[in-house]
Design a protein around this ligand. Sequence first.
Ligand code: NDP
Ligand code: 8X3
Length: 329
Amino acid sequence: MDDRHDPAPPLRGRKAPKGRNKTEPSFPANDSATSEILNSVAAHGKPPPAHHTNSSIAIPEAGILTVQNMPSRLANQWVLITGASSGFGAAAALAVAREGAKLLLGARRTDRLEQVAAEARKAGSPAALYHALDVSKTPSVEEFSKWVREQTDKVDVLLNNAGGALGLDTVATAKDEDWEGMMQSNVLGVLRMTRAILPLMTSNPGSSIINIGSIAGRTAYEGGAAYCAAKAGELQITRALRLELNGTGIRVATIDPGLAETEFSVVRFKGDTARAKKVYEGVNALTAEDVAETILWVASRPSHVCIDEMVIKPTDQAAIHKVFRRTAK
Ligand code: NDP
Ligand code: 8X3
């Protein structure tokens, strides 16, 4: 997967105008990725290696140039997603499917996984496979990883996303089962999955482990003691793992979102949908697709680039306790 030295795919579409100073290429373009493509064409006669698919580039003096069917870095790569039955995991499955990635999906609700896999195949995934997975149980993780090894001998992206919060009770009133559930899925689940899948990544430099943390792992809030501790644990696991894997070429990242409207709060409030809805009232919260976009971006950087840590919040959320809410008129 070391794409720095891959031969660049041919640029399809119109050629860059001739007669430019090859040492100082400078094309106006509608985003930095397209500028990069155009500048590379001007300087080297070819685009940089492996860019994303279909891009429209505006060149005022030359009309519109369309770069088509550029291979994605994720095409035919195996992407393993835990917690793929809803929210970020399901949206990430579709986002990478559109790039032509092959999918290994896990969660407890296999009926949901079946739907996500079917949509992923429609979106362009050459193989969208799923298997039951409970990251809170070592035997389930072992059975899942055995199934993974039956499908492939290498994993390119491991997305440790499964997890969530249970309850919003103070330390004085919270229940053991909620504490244990949060530690099991958010902390031990990441450790178990990583240990199980690492053997399929160590001989695959450029592969990525992407863990989903939270702003809750960076700032505490009342009622969030165990969830905040769990996500702080995820952050430190990510940092320790990056140190342990230094020199293997494996990237280790954490993406830490703020308020995002998924099933997260319905699960936290044990099915109380009215209470869950209130969390996002008047706020333009993140969507699962917003987070999936960042996951896709992190997963598709060149192999020498590691996005260590990324915090993504709604514009309305300046800090964990500072949320702007529009009131109904
Ligand atoms: P969802 O509740 O929509 O998704 C959670 C996913 O995790 C589901 O697919 C669920 O599948 C899976 N899951 C939970 N426990 C387990 C388990 N023991 N074994 C396997 N899968 C499990 O919420 P989100 O998409 O929002 O959450 C995804 C991640 O993002 C979580 O780690 C969450 O803590 C984190 N996060 C969420 C934020 C938000 O505001 N929404 C913000 C920051 C972080 P199933 O039930 O089928 O097993
Ligand atoms: C979810 C974000 O702020 O609800 O991790 O804990 S928050």
